[in-house]
Design a binder for this molecule. Structure first.
Ligand SMILES: Cc1ncc(COP(=O)(O)O)c(C=O)c1O
Length: 397
């Protein structure tokens, strides 16, 4: 099958050529261990610390607050488990949104099952926005953390993190934000947001997969999940993956340089796509339409069809998109995010997500819109059999 248009940037992004260029020497000649004292080691250490500085510059924080990990999921698990362990035996109530990524909600469910934390889940409004007042209503004497994502991976809806952090801090509660989908797509200044912890993943901003990081304003809150050598200031053992870290730094540096201009282009393309789809199917529902959204994300529910089948049909045509949530596509269940937003479950089953990015050009919009419209019509005329088993491999993003 020919690959034609990639419109699944929220799942992952291609590695930017500048990023690849920056990491290559660290896969070839600069192979030292960053903890070694000789020239090879010093060279590697320089790469790691430069990358930490580049990430700090993108996020508006000192590099000493940043720790590299293997991915966004590890980063999120580390923050949540650290808070739980800090308050072990003293009562640990955590407030999180009902639309978090599985690496947040599954970790919290696990901690709940082990009776280490109690969790209150906050539902968003119909546009997918979490309101600070709703969080305030759930605060208790033993509330230790509020964890709300910056931008949702399915809808692209951006949360009012600054207001949430302000409210929580007035009550002496720490705030974590999973900023994995926001960083690189919108300006993210962690000082301005006012969070205590934040988490990142390079593969969402044109870096490679398998490298992440977290921000901890106060390092003493972190309990390492991986014990061993003293790497990453004793917060994350394991020989640093120097090429991946260098690549993350280069991706951060490029994002800082191009983000604003890129966002304008993405908004224009996304809006054009949205307009074309709605003109032909006015009854389609754009999720989070009235909310602030990530520039390139469009999540639409088409009545009377199954989003997962549209994704498969588009794939047959060489176009990569995703259904509501790739994780729930596997189970053919409507996405937990859309359900939490109060979207009817039948309608939510007709959801697809188109996420635009650097691999797209304005010329592709017409082709994607026309193909989607044709395939939607086709599915309505020839509905898939109820029993057909969907066998999408686990496509968590
Ligand atoms: C919002 C959000 N958080 C966390 C993650 C996990 O990041 P990673 O794939 O690096 O584990 C993802 C995507 O995968 C995401 O979209």
């Amino acid at each position: 099958m020919t690959k034609k248009v990639y419109m699944d940037h929220n799942a992952t992004t291609p590695v930017d050529p500048e990023v690849l260029e920056a990491m290559l020497p660290y896969l070839k000649d600069c192979y030292g261990n960053a903890s070694s004292v000789h020239e090879w080691g010093k060279e590697a250490r320089y790469g790691v610390e430069k990358a930490r500085m580049q990430l700090g510059e993108l996020l508006g924080v000192s590099e000493s607050t940043l720790t590299f990990t293997s991915c966004g999921s590890e980063s999120n698990n580390t923050i949540l488990r650290s808070v739980a362990s800090r308050f072990a035996g003293q009562g640990c109530h955590i407030i999180a949104s009902a639309i978090e990524h599985p690496c947040i909600y599954r970790c919290l469910e696990d901690l709940e099952n082990q009776a280490e934390v109690e969790v209150s889940w906050i539902e968003p409004d119909g546009n997918g926005v979490i309101h600070p007042d709703r969080i305030a209503e759930e605060i208790r004497m033993d509330t230790r953390l509020v964890s709300i994502m910056l931008a949702n991976n399915e809808t692209g809806v951006i949360q009012p993190i600054q207001k949430i952090a302000q409210m929580a801090h007035e009550k002496g509660i720490k705030v974590h934000s999973d900023t994995v989908q926001g960083v690189g797509k919108i300006p993210v200044d962690l000082e301005e947001l006012g969070v205590d912890f934040a988490t990142f993943s390079a593969h969402k901003l044109y870096g490679p997969k398998g490298i992440g990081a977290f921000y901890a304003r106060d390092r003493s809150w972190i309990t390492p999940m991986i014990l061993g050598g003293g790497q990453e200031n004793r917060l994350r053992a394991g020989t640093e993956s120097v090429p991946m870290i260098v690549a993350f730094g280069a991706a951060a540096e490029k994002s800082k340089r191009v983000q604003q201009e890129e966002a304008e282009l993405l908004v224009a393309m996304r809006d054009d796509l949205e307009k074309r789809l709605l003109e032909s199917i006015p009854e389609a529902l754009v999720c989070g339409k009235e909310a602030a959204r990530l520039p390139g994300t469009l999540c639409v529910c088409f009545p009377g069809i199954m989003g997962t089948y549209l994704v498969l049909d588009m794939a047959e045509e060489g176009i990569a998109i995703s259904s509501g949530s790739a994780c729930s596509a596997n189970q053919s269940k409507p996405s937990h995010v859309l359900i939490a937003m109060g979207i009817d479950s039948e309608l939510a089953r007709g959801a697809v997500r188109l996420s635009l990015g650097r691999a797209n050009s304005p010329e592709q919009i017409e082709e994607v819109a026309n193909t989607a419209l044709r395939l939607i019509q086709n599915q309505k005329e020839h509905p898939p059999e109820e029993e057909t088993e969907l066998d999408l491999l686990s496509l968590c993003d």
